[in-house]
Design a protein around this ligand. Sequence first.
Ligand code: UDP
Length: 327
Amino acid sequence: MRYLITGGAGFIGSHLTEYLLGLGHEVTVLDDLSTGSRANLPAAGTETGLRFVEGDVCDPGTVDTAMEGVDAVFHLAAAVGVFTILDKTLSSLRTNLTGTETALEAARRHGTPILVASTSEVYGKNTKDGLREDDDRIVGSPLLNRWSYAEAKALDETFAYLYSAELGLSTVIVRLFNTVGPRQTGRYGMVVPRFVEQALADEPITVFGDGQQSRCFCHVSDVVPALVALLADRSTHGTVYNLGSSEQVTITELAKRIISAAGSSSSIEMVPYEKAYGPGFEDMQRRIPDCGKARAAVGFAPSRTLDDIVAAVIAERREASDNALSG
Ligand code: UDP
């Protein structure tokens, strides 16, 4: 098979690329390297089966050319991370809306099935235990910068749904719940790599808010095969699937676990939201998925625990700093 992965040099995209290449498929990665990195990917060439195109997912000509001869598309390119969304709200909104419409339109022209990556953020402040795909969205004012990400992704979902329902394109949508693992950077705000880096440096762990907010973190290696299976199975198309773990942890507990697993002497520093993100920030208190639909469709059942994830990220960061010292 020949796949196109938009955003393939990013955290999830690069794991997906590696997985597909490992199965003997050919992969074209389209990435503008705004938050992704070439270093996340193997060398391009006929031996590896990887083709790398540096370009903008909002540019119709670039996307159209990258999609030529491709059997299926993973559209992962997006502006990601709470810091990115708050710092560059307008350009993030454009990337996340125009990029998806451009990818869908090219897929329609080529008649290529496409998976569109969405996010658990679309549920907003709905704190239900076990969010299902048809549950209501509870979001704040569209004038609060954070919600622009949820709004853009929700519209992306509607676009993908309508390209399927009205235009007959094979589309499938996934809502990712805090996907984490090796190679994820903390630069854009993601909590696990930030805490691990702070712990390894014995610096204070910055817990935002009261630390009682919780998340379910899912290992990227559990998510990636499910993305491939959902796109491969035509019976899943035209609808949306949650993908995440059901193991819930508060952010303070996460900090403690990371300090302990790293053998760190870090303290915990409570940082008010306003100081961390600026005025008017609203956080989600909890976000727990019900992944029964993906389980029934493709047998989705994450096997890595939070402790496995923390150990893997610590090991990766230690190896990276050892390599930097010896190199
Ligand atoms: N968070 C934190 N310290 C940090 C970074 C994040 O306490 O240095 C918190 C953040 O406020 C949120 C949770 O960790 O409550 C998860 O943040 P992340 O940005 O990783 O994911 P999301 O908020 O999108 O679920």
